[in-house]
Write a protein that binds this ligand. Structure first.
Ligand SMILES: NC(=O)c1ccc[n+]([C@@H]2O[C@H](COP(=O)([O-])OP(=O)(O)OC[C@H]3O[C@@H](n4cnc5c(N)ncnc54)[C@H](OP(=O)(O)O)[C@@H]3O)[C@@H](O)[C@H]2O)c1
Length: 252
């Protein structure tokens, strides 16, 4: 059975890889993101089983209009991948920009919530659907400078669990994906376009690739309908949870 798959943030990284993965399996994909030229390029490449809609997930009216105005062949969304998101800055909380925090909350939390609220009623009415939320290991593993970014991802992880609680007994599945270090434009966005600093997290390590994450999403969605994968935490082999930090005083 072919599905209609809506991917937010399909103009780069995980979202693009996820859209390509589902499209390669014969599904119809709705590509969204803010960068029109990237959307045009990907849609041109994928062809008629794709449709592109320029969308800023923070714009609640635009999200509602998109869901309402989809072409007929794409109107019944089977899979929503809430992937659009970003981290901004890596400063300690007392130095971080408040505006960066607000942008992360608006994009990672409010954006995903808005998409869910617009798409979920149709899934419930049709008695089928799958919501995939792109959280992060930052949801559970705190790190210095992760402050509000990690909190937005914890929100998504808990929202995923609570959606499961609401949806139990209905054929709508929810999966929370929690990736570790992965190479994409993520770091360039976090460091606001500074390529030197953006390269730092990947130095001397083989990170996850967007294709690795797309494979995890594909696997969770392609399992039989009676199977719900609640959470997937995935790290590169060269990354692991560390010991708790202890700040020791200078005294001997
Ligand atoms: N890379 C990692 O190490 C990592 C690890 C764990 C979790 N994640 C999460 O995975 C998701 C994808 O990240 P990525 O690594 O693929 O980063 P990326 O390469 O920077 O891609 C992010 C995508 O989100 C879109 N986006 C950002 N703000 C948006 C907005 N306001 N409205 C609509 N789209 C927006 C971007 O598209 P436009 O700029 O065109 O709008 C882009 O397509 C994010 O939620 C991120 O937090 C990443």
């Amino acid at each position: 059975m072919t599905r209609v798959v809506l991917v937010t943030g399909a103009t780069a990284g995980f979202g693009e890889a996820i859209a390509r993965r589902f499209h390669a399996e014969g599904d119809r994909v709705i590509l969204t993101g803010r960068r029109q030229e990237r959307l045009d390029r990907l849609q041109g490449e994928l062809g008629e089983r794709s449709c592109a809609v320029r969308l800023d997930v923070r714009d609640q009216a635009a999200v509602a209009a998109m869901v309402q105005d989809l072409p007929e062949r794409f109107a019944e969304i089977d899979v929503l991948v809430n992937n659009a998101g970003l981290a901004l800055g890596l400063e300690p909380a007392w130095k971080a920009e408040l505006q960066d925090w607000l942008t992360m909350v608006q994009t990672n939390c409010v954006g995903a919530m808005t998409l869910i609220r617009q798409v979920l009623p149709g899934m419930v009415a049709r008695g089928r659907g799958h919501i995939v939320n792109m959280s992060s290991i930052a949801a559970t593993h705190a790190y210095p400078g992760g402050n509000v970014y990690g909190a937005t991802k914890a929100f998504l992880t808990q929202l995923s669990a609570n959606l499961r609680a609401d949806l139990v007994g209905r054929a709508v599945r929810v999966t929370d994906i929690e990736p570790g270090l992965a190479e994409s434009e993520f770091s360039l966005v976090r460091y606001k376009g500074d390529p030197e600093r953006a390269a730092d997290p990947y130095r001397g390590v083989q990170p996850l690739t967007p294709a690795d994450i797309a494979e995890a999403v594909w696997w969770a969605v392609s399992l039989p309908d009676h199977v719900n994968i609640n959470r997937i935490e995935v790290m590169p082999t060269m990354q692991a949870p560390g010991p708790l930090r202890v700040a020791r005083s200078e005294r001997p």
